[in-house]
Design a protein. Structure first.
Length: 95
């Protein structure tokens, strides 16, 4: 399934993922946001100012990383970034 991620300011990215993931992507999104904003679990996607973490900074790379290595790490159907969708976009998420 192709999912479009709109981060605003003409920053649009697409991922390809398993249909079962795509169908639940709106619910899965909240799990991702809880993970990315958790300072104790995630440090890779945080911005630092004067040595202090102050906010997460992410795009589809972080979402793909989380889907493949945290949420569905035992699954075989992995999410991946695509530049130009070859099939119809099924869902759009706005961040």
């Amino acid at each position: 399934m192709i999912i479009r991620f709109d981060f605003g300011e003409d920053n649009i990215q697409y991922i390809s993922c398993a249909t079962k993931v795509g169908r639940k992507i709106n619910r899965i999104r909240y799990d991702f946001e809880n993970w990315v904003f958790d300072e104790n679990r995630n440090t890779k996607y945080w911005l630092y100012e004067n040595g202090e973490r102050y906010c997460p900074s992410y795009d589809t790379d972080a979402i793909i990383d989380w889907l493949n290595n945290v949420k569905f790490k035992k699954g075989t159907a992995k999410a991946k970034l695509i530049t130009v969708p070859k099939s119809k976009v099924k869902k759009t998420l706005y961040f």
